[in-house]
Design a protein. Structure first.
Length: 492
């Protein structure tokens, strides 16, 4: 069904009927609190963030209190939210920026807000949409992205591109409502793996892109959903503009001149930082008990032993290759275990470090397969930035003790990563070298994705099927067969 003005108007009417109080389910009293809560929620459930912030917003009542707090205190306070060290640094830094640049207040301009380190478009839109009712753009989290594709509102995969498409078809006065309402619909009805189409208010309007189950012949309308969070009144603090506006008021057609503002907002997106969806897609996984136990294990190991890679490089593969950009997954086993080698990318070492034997063999096959000359270094960051996710199954290791961190929980986490890519991406090439990696085939949907496998490039097995396997040309052939651009394998 084509997306028309009438279709969007009907969708908005039904959203207002079933989600009349739509807002983000994080608890906040001031916009500055909402910014902190949104930052903490990136790798955690909203429910857990709310439990933590009910206490912390009293302990740290304003940006200066957060900015002045010792980092070690913040780490202790934020530990229940997962990745507490990174979050402590991020929360401290963004509040320092608010204090130093904006007089401890959230700037009500998205161009200014995204200059704050760690604040990307989604976070900025959450704060401006929900706290000020400012139509800075449309919130696009994992739920909105999924619904936009299923309902035919966008064919894109990157959040900023999806937002751009939505801003073209949705009246600007509805932007602040559309995001939170669709988040609720995605969270409670149109779920990723088991969408409740029989209970969906959009069944007659939705093309159900990507849904394989048979279309229900009838629907049972769900009850109205009341968000579990939102603005929390506190004595002496006035309600922000968004809470004074009657949320169930239906928007009319775009007012004269509104399209000009929309075009300016769309144009502003081109300079905005991209939104990385990894943390959203893995948030529930990181909230499981095993992951907290894993983090405690790694923390204890770092306190007693030398652990590689450094703490701030453990998730390099995720940082360099956003979820929407992954074209290829190269799976290794665990990090290099000698000094200065591991930096978060499988098989890669930083410039100036001796090229390890497995990578030397990869380079031999690289030259034979591509005709390109291998570089004098082993730094593969260029590949990662071009869509080649270089992931180890285990992300940390004790110095000089290979596989010392196996069976502690990392495998469960990285298996979840592989499943996410298999379930939610349309086509990825999975490169599996060696017996260990090949066991992961069971996690991959072979009907959607390409699996390329061979012997491992280590000196012990390279001549048993790795040399001559031509992985680089096979990857590009598979990508092109699915209408994707090939990888530029050149390394400078």
């Amino acid at each position: 069904m084509p997306v028309t003005e009438a279709t969007i108007e009907t969708i908005l009417e039904r959203l207002h009927e079933h989600y009349p109080e739509a807002t983000y389910e994080l608890e906040w009293t001031t916009p500055e609190e909402m910014l902190v809560a949104t930052t903490l929620a990136a790798q955690c459930t909203d429910e857990r963030v709310n439990r933590v912030t009910r206490t912390l917003f009293k302990k740290y009542p304003n940006p200066k209190a957060w900015a002045d707090a010792p980092l070690e205190d913040l780490e202790v306070d934020l530990k229940p939210t997962g990745f507490y060290r990174q979050k402590a640094k991020a929360v401290k830094a963004l509040n320092q920026a608010l204090v130093e640049k904006f007089d401890s207040k959230i700037p009500q301009d998205i161009k200014k807000l995204i200059t704050v380190r760690g604040v990307a478009r989604k976070t900025a839109n959450v704060v401006l949409n929900c706290c000020f009712d400012i139509a800075s753009g449309i919130i696009v989290d994992t739920h909105v992205a999924r619904l936009s594709q299923r309902m035919g509102h966008s064919t894109r995969t990157k959040a900023d591109q999806i937002e751009r498409d939505l801003m073209k078809i949705i009246p600007q006065e509805a932007w602040t409502f559309w995001g939170p309402a669709m988040v609720l619909h995605g969270r409670y009805v149109c779920k990723a793996k088991a969408p409740n189409c029989a209970g969906c208010i959009f069944l007659d309007l939705c093309p159900r892109n990507g849904v394989t189950e048979a279309k229900p012949t009838s629907t049972t309308a769900p009850p109205k959903v009341v968000p579990k969070g939102g603005f929390v009144p506190r004595p002496g603090i006035p309600s922000p503009p968004a809470t004074r506006k009657k949320p169930s008021q239906k928007p009319g057609k775009a007012a004269a001149g509104a399209s000009g503002g929309a075009e300016r907002s769309v144009a502003a997106l081109t300079a905005a930082p991209s939104i990385d969806a990894w943390v959203e897609r893995l948030g529930q996984e990181m909230d499981k008990p095993y992951f907290a136990k894993l983090m405690s294990f790694v923390d204890g190991q770092r306190a007693a032993e030398t652990i590689f890679p450094p703490e701030d490089e453990v998730f390099t593969a995720f940082n360099l290759t956003p979820f929407e950009d992954v074209k290829v997954l190269v799976l290794g086993q665990d990090p290099y275990h000698d000094h200065n080698q591991a930096h978060g990318l499988s098989f890669s070492v930083k410039p100036g470090i001796k090229i390890p034997p497995s990578l030397r063999n990869i380079y031999k096959e690289y030259e034979e397969d591509t005709g390109l000359k291998a570089p004098s270094h082993g730094y593969l960051e260029d590949w990662a930035k071009r869509g080649v996710m270089m992931l180890n199954a285990v992300l940390t290791v004790q110095a000089h003790k290979p596989n010392s961190h196996k069976n502690q929980g990392w495998e469960t986490f990285t298996d979840a990563v592989i499943r996410k890519l298999s379930d939610e991406r349309q086509h990825v090439v999975f490169l599996l070298w060696g017996g260990y990696a090949r066991k992961k085939k069971k996690l991959i949907d072979k009907k959607k994705h390409t699996i390329i496998e061979s012997a491992h490039p280590s000196p012990l097995s390279a001549r048993a099927g790795f040399f001559g396997s031509k992985p680089f040309s096979k990857i590009n052939a598979a990508l092109q067969a699915h209408g994707q651009d090939p990888i530029d394998w050149s390394l400078s």
